[in-house]
Design a protein. Structure first.
Length: 425
């Protein structure tokens, strides 16, 4: 989401809009907007024992502004109910404590939903499409200071309350930090036993092997189907390229930090950019219903989770998402593609009127110097253009020719490379 707390210093809204994200998840926005009482339940409703039916006990103003700013960028809201992560020491977490009264907590969340989707408390009719309960309770005290059993009880109690009051809203969770069946199964069993509607299951993954992560969506689908939740959606709503946490959020070494962040295999390097495209392409042939990239944090010396370097320059991750966003925004239909492999990811598309087409290609850690594409059924195609993204070229236009039904895409460097080819039909 675009930052609002420092918007007068650095306004990311225009560049953000160019990525054409469908939804933006609100998690960690209290961290991304320093000093603001924003999004998190305890910041909107600060006195837990107050009357949850009294609008005077809520502070919505800052969150109103954030959500309106995001909507103006053309992005809908994926609202995470609960609290942001706490990176305090293990025995000093303050906002992730187990709520004293689960029913009271559910009533407070109800007030938030009513404000944004039903106009309550001088509110809105934003039609926010997705509401998520909590985040990464399985991570421990940083996100949940209670036991697994306490969380299952909390989650199911709140979900049951909200789905009773708002049967037509899409509500789910629990945004686990991994595919952890020891947390998922008790939730599914409780929901099944009490007939609690569960609209989606969500979890997170930080990894660098596209095929392995895509396979998790099939595993999640199988788990849900096995317990009878055949209509429950699957949301991987935090993901990012990552080889290791070492040097990034633990054992941080100033001498190697820049390479870990911006090197070829770093968080913002060409591997990361091409991984983004590989995931986007791969999920087209998976049961994934929704995915959210983490994240769009405000540029800072230590920010790994945004689209800028330390000088506010846009990174390879930004340009990869901009190229992907162009596919999402301007094209609707998909052509058949053959010949991809673990390194080469290919997505040919056209618009609804079949007046223009495009090919998104990601060579993720491949050893190719060039890639030859044979395109059939579009012999009249013309006006071919191509943009390339690698470690040094950020969406740079390069010459290309369509000869005898073939395109040859030549890499500029022996590194992970993205191509976006566009043409008229």
């Amino acid at each position: 989401m675009p930052n609002i707390s420092s918007q007068s210093i650095f306004d990311f809204s225009e560049d953000y809009a160019k990525m054409h994200f469908t939804v933006a998840r609100t998690h960690d926005q209290a961290l991304n907007n320093a000093g603001q009482r924003i999004v998190d339940t305890h910041l909107i409703f600060s006195r837990f024992d107050a009357d949850a039916e009294d609008e005077k006990n809520y502070f919505f103003d800052a969150t109103d502004h954030l959500l309106q700013t995001t909507l103006k960028c053309g992005t809908q809201i994926y609202y995470r109910l609960g609290t942001s992560i706490e990176h305090t020491l293990d025995d000093h977490h303050f906002n992730t404590r187990v709520p004293a009264d689960f029913q009271q907590y559910a009533k407070i969340l109800s007030g938030i939903i009513r404000h944004y989707n039903y106009g309550w408390a001088n509110g809105f009719h934003m039609n926010i499409p997705i509401w998520e309960i909590w985040n990464e309770a399985d991570l421990g005290g940083k996100c949940w200071m209670g036991t697994r059993e306490e969380f299952v009880d909390f989650f199911c109690t709140v979900l049951k309350y909200l789905k009773t009051e708002f049967p037509n809203e899409t509500i789910g969770g629990p945004a686990l930090c991994g595919f952890h069946e020891d947390w998922l199964v008790p939730i599914l069993e409780r929901c099944k036993a009490e007939n609690i509607p569960l609209d989606f299951i969500s979890w997170h993954a930080y990894w660098f092997e596209p095929a392995a992560l895509i396979n998790e969506s099939f595993r999640m689908r199988e788990l849900l189907d096995r317990y009878g939740f055949t209509e429950t959606g699957i949301h991987l709503n935090e993901w990012h390229y990552l080889e290791t946490w070492d040097g990034l959020s633990r054992n941080v070494n100033p001498e190697t930090f820049h390479e870990i962040m911006f090197g070829e295999k770093g968080m913002h390097g060409c591997d990361s950019a091409c991984y983004n495209a590989a995931m986007f392409i791969g999920w087209h042939d998976s049961p994934m219903d929704c995915s959210c990239y983490y994240g769009a944090g405000f540029p800072s010396k230590f920010s790994a989770w945004g689209f800028h370097d330390q000088t506010f320059g846009l990174t390879a991750n930004y340009y990869s998402m901009k190229m992907i966003g162009e596919i999402v925004h301007e094209y609707e239909d998909r052509f058949e593609a053959q010949g991809g492999n673990a390194n080469l990811w290919l997505l040919p598309v056209c618009d609804a009127e079949k007046k223009k087409g495009a090919v998104l290609l990601a060579d993720y850690r491949g050893r190719y110097d060039a890639v030859e594409l044979k395109i059939e059924g579009v012999s009249a195609a013309k006006n071919f253009k191509c943009r390339i993204l690698d470690q040094e070229n950020m969406e740079t236009e390069i010459p290309i020719e369509f000869v005898a039904g073939k395109l040859t895409l030549i890499k500029k460097m022996p590194v992970s490379t993205m191509f976006l080819v566009t043409f008229d039909l």
